[in-house]
Design a binder for this molecule. Structure first.
Ligand SMILES: Nc1nc2c(ncn2[C@@H]2O[C@H](COP(=O)(O)OP(=O)(O)OP(=O)(O)O)[C@@H](O)[C@H]2O)c(=O)[nH]1
Length: 350
C-alpha cells in the first residue's frame, strides 16, 4: 500500500468521528428547536454517532480498502444531503455541512470525488425530502449559531494544520530534489548544471571587479579502453577513484564537478594560474599512482587543461573552450600531463 494511502486511512477515521460528532451538535440543536420526531432523531444519531464506526469497519474488512473508503466518502455526503430537509434547510448548519464536506473532498485530491459526492448529496436531499416532505425554515437562532461554532472552528484549524504539514513536506521534498539535481550520483561531486551556474557566477565576478578564478578540465586517458578491457563497472570504479583524488585536493570554497562521462571540471575561485597549475599537477600525479583495491592491476592516468577567467571570455562557453583547448594540447602531446591556455593580455576599453 502506498504511504499516502496509509496516511489517508489513518486520519479518515478520527476525522470522521470528530467532524460528524460536532456536526451532530448543530443538527441536534435544530431538531430540538423544531421538536423533531423520533425518526429524524434516530436517523441523525445514526449518521453522526454510529456511521463513522460502521464506515471504519466496512473499509477495514473490505478486500479493496481504498475503494470502500471512497464509497464511504460518497455515502457521507448522501447522509449529509438527507439531513438538510430534516433540518428544514436551517441556513447556517446547512451551508456549513455542504461547504465543509465539499472542501474536504476537493482537498483530498481524489479525481472526480467532489462531483460524485455533490451528486450523492443532492440525491440524499431529494430522497429524504420526498419521504419526509420539503419544509422551509432557514432562520438560524443564536443557539444554532453557537452549536455550529465548534464544527466550524475545529474544521478550519484542522484544515490549516493539514495545509501547514503539506507545505512543509513539499518544501522538504523540493530541497531534496534540488540536492539530487546538484549532485552527481556516481561520484558525489557536483553535477554539470550546478557547476556551470557556479562557474558563470565566477566569470561574472571577474568581469565586474577583476576577481581571479581558474578552471581545471580533467579527462581520463584512454578511458574507453579501460571500459572495453575490464568492463563498465571497473570503469565506474575508476571514475569514483579519480573523483576522490579531486575532492582531496580542493578547498571547501572550490567547486568540483563531473561534467559528463570521464570528464571532470574544477572551479577554483580566487586562484591565480601558478597555484591552479600546482593543484592540477598534484591531482595528475596522485591519479597516476592510484591503485583500485579490488583491481590492483588497473592503472590509469588523466590529462588536465587549465584556464584562468579573463575579460576576453565573453561567456562561460568561451572560458571552457580555452580550458578544452589546453586539454587537447596535453592529449596531442601524449596524455598524462597538464597544460594551460595562453593568457591573453587584457586591453582596457577606451
Ligand atoms: N564506466 C563508465 N563509462 C562511461 C561513463 N560515461 C561515459 N563512459 C564511457 O567513457 C568513454 C569515453 O571515452 P572517450 O572520451 O571517447 O575517449 P577516451 O577513451 O577517454 O580517450 P581519450 O580521452 O582520447 O584519452 C566512452 O566509451 C563512454 O562510453 C560512465 O558513467 N561509466
Amino acid at each position: 500500500m502506498h504511504p499516502s494511502q496509509q496516511h489517508f486511512f489513518r486520519i479518515i477515521y478520527p476525522l470522521r468521528v470528530l467532524g460528524l460528532g460536532l456536526g451532530g451538535l448543530a443538527v441536534g440543536t435544530v431538531f430540538w428547536e423544531r421538536h423533531a420526531g423520533s425518526a429524524a432523531w434516530g436517523f441523525s444519531l445514526f449518521v453522526c454517532y454510529l456511521w463513522p464506526h460502521l464506515a471504519y469497519l466496512v473499509s477495514k474488512y473490505s478486500s479493496n480498502r481504498y475503494r470502500a473508503e471512497i464509497i464511504n466518502l460518497v455515502l457521507d455526503t448522501f447522509f449529509f444531503g438527507a439531513l438538510l430537509p430534516l433540518m428544514h434547510f436551517n441556513l447556517l448548519p446547512s451551508v456549513l455541512v455542504v461547504t465543509l464536506a465539499m472542501m474536504d473532498r476537493i482537498a483530498s485530491g481524489i479525481r472526480g470525488l467532489w462531483i460524485v459526492s455533490l451528486l450523492g448529496l443532492i440525491a440524499g436531499a431529494l430522497l429524504c425530502g420526498l419521504l419526509a416532505g420539503f419544509h422551509w425554515a432557514p432562520e438560524s437562532s443564536m443557539y444554532v449559531i453557537l452549536a455550529c461554532l465548534p464544527m466550524l472552528i475545529v474544521h478550519t484549524l484542522s484544515s490549516s494544520m493539514t495545509s501547514h504539514r503539506l507545505i512543509r513536506k513539499v518544501t522538504r521534498q523540493n530541497l531534496e530534489l534540488d540536492a539530487l539535481r546538484r549532485i552527481d550520483a556516481l561520484t558525489g561531486l557536483y553535477g554539470r548544471g550546478h557547476w556551470e551556474e557556479q562557474a558563470a557566477a565566477a566569470l561574472r565576478a571577474c568581469h565586474a571587479h577583476g576577481a581571479p578564478a581558474c578552471m581545471l578540465m580533467l579527462d581520463i586517458d584512454h578511458f574507453k579502453q579501460i571500459n572495453d578491457t575490464h568492463g563498465h563497472s571497473v570503469g565506474d570504479e575508476v571514475i569514483r577513484a579519480l573523483a576522490q583524488v579531486v575532492r582531496r585536493n580542493v578547498r571547501a570554497t572550490d567547486c568540483a564537478g563531473r561534467y559528463g562521462g570521464d570528464e571532470f571540471t574544477v572551479l577554483l575561485p580566487g586562484m591565480q594560474l601558478e597555484d591552479a597549475l600546482q593543484i592540477a599537477q598534484r591531482i595528475r600525479a596522485q591519479v597516476e599512482g592510484l591503485q583500485l583495491r579490488d583491481m590492483p592491476e588497473v592503472h590509469f592516468t588523466c590529462s588536465v587543461g587549465v584556464a584562468c577567467a579573463e575579460h576576453g571570455h565573453s561567456d562561460l562557453r568561451a572560458w571552457m573552450t580555452a580550458a578544452d583547448g589546453a586539454l587537447y594540447e596535453v592529449k596531442k602531446a601524449g596524455r598524462n600531463g597538464v597544460s594551460n591556455a595562453p593568457v591573453t593580455a587584457f586591453a582596457p576599453l577606451v
